[in-house]
Design a protein around this ligand. Structure first.
Ligand code: BEZ
Ligand code: FE
Length: 308
């Protein structure tokens, strides 16, 4: 695919309503226990958000025509089920940055709306489910999962999902079969994992729905750089939610979801086996108790164990 072609994840309504169902079910409970509704907190945060919008109205002299267009746009975000998509594109990265201030271990980034529960359970070394003629460059991703003190985390799990070589996610687009290029890989007794897959491709958010239409109307790029999503888990440790990107990707630094970080870039090298490439990446998980006991931002602690 060239950089001028557009590769949408799916048609907006199909992908959006599926992502909405997942968000509504609360299936992503690996992350938080959910927020409380303390009155002062609601007044502070909701008040600040509303004041941000009111100040934009005042500063930019928003007209009734624009206000009505905004109402119609919000209604269509609901109608297409695009709330998870819109929120994960334009707001999740800020929430993740706030969370990261008090987290140790490997660098994380956003989850996004395309994680699915109940995927193939595989032992390392593992090959992700794929079609017999799965297109794309064969790729091995391998490494070790340890605690912050270097102890290998035997039996840690690496939940991995990414697009195919054309930028399609299984479960959200008609083309790839269910479960394609998704799996949950159990590490060996040294916390090591090795996953055989295909290198993913850049893609755009759906362009036929309100999130993509607003993005295009503002003249912003709708592209995400190619990436691999990972959830790395081990009992007693905080789940690491992250993504891995690729050096040389034209969309690095221009991610519509603002989720790429320099620390998360892979530089796969040829293995000598045909056109196969390999990248090695270790993950460090912080113990659950560490975070609860010390809410000082990592950068302000007296001794900091450097995350990868
Ligand atoms: C993704 O990570 O794939 C993603 C994140 C936010 C919005 C859309 C997609
Ligand atoms: Fe993605």
């Amino acid at each position: 695919m060239t950089t001028t072609e557009s590769q949408s994840v799916s048609d907006a309504v199909t992908a959006g309503s599926h992502a909405t169902d997942i968000a509504r079910s609360g299936a992503a409970t690996f992350r938080t226990a959910g927020g409380g509704a303390d009155e002062a907190r609601v007044a502070t945060v909701v008040g600040a958000a509303l004041e941000g919008i009111r100040s934009a109205i005042r500063e930019h002299k928003v007209t009734y025509e624009e206000f009505d267009a905004f109402k119609r746009w919000l209604i269509s975000v609901s109608d297409t089920g695009e709330w998870p998509l819109f929120l994960d594109v334009y707001l999740e990265f800020e929430v993740e940055k706030v969370a990261a201030e008090t987290q140790d271990g490997s660098v994380g980034t956003i989850l996004g709306p395309f994680w699915l529960d109940g995927q193939a359970q595989l032992d390392s070394p593992a090959t992700l489910p794929m079609r017999d003629d799965e297109p794309g460059t064969p790729m091995i991703l391998a490494g070790q999962v340890t605690a912050t003190d270097g102890t290998p985390l035997a039996g840690a799990k690496v939940d991995i999902w990414h697009t195919d070589d054309e930028g399609w996610y299984s479960g959200f687009a008609a083309k790839p079969p269910a479960g394609n290029l998704r799996g949950v890989v159990t590490c060996d007794d040294q916390g090591r994992y090795e996953i055989h897959t295909r290198r993913p491709a850049p893609y755009t958010i759906p362009l036929d729905g309100p999130t993509g239409q607003m993005t295009l109307a503002a003249g912003w790029s709708p592209w995400r750089p190619a990436h691999i999503h990972l959830l790395v888990t081990a009992p007693g440790h905080r789940t690491l939610t992250t993504q891995l990107f690729f050096t040389g990707d034209p969309y690095l630094g221009h991610d519509v979801a603002s989720a790429d970080k320099p620390e998360l870039t892979l530089d796969p090298q040829p293995t000598g086996n045909g056109d196969e490439v390999r990248s090695d990446r270790d993950f460090v998980l912080e113990a659950e108790g560490d975070r609860i006991q010390d809410s000082t931002p990592i950068g302000q602690r007296s001794s900091t164990s450097e995350a990868q």
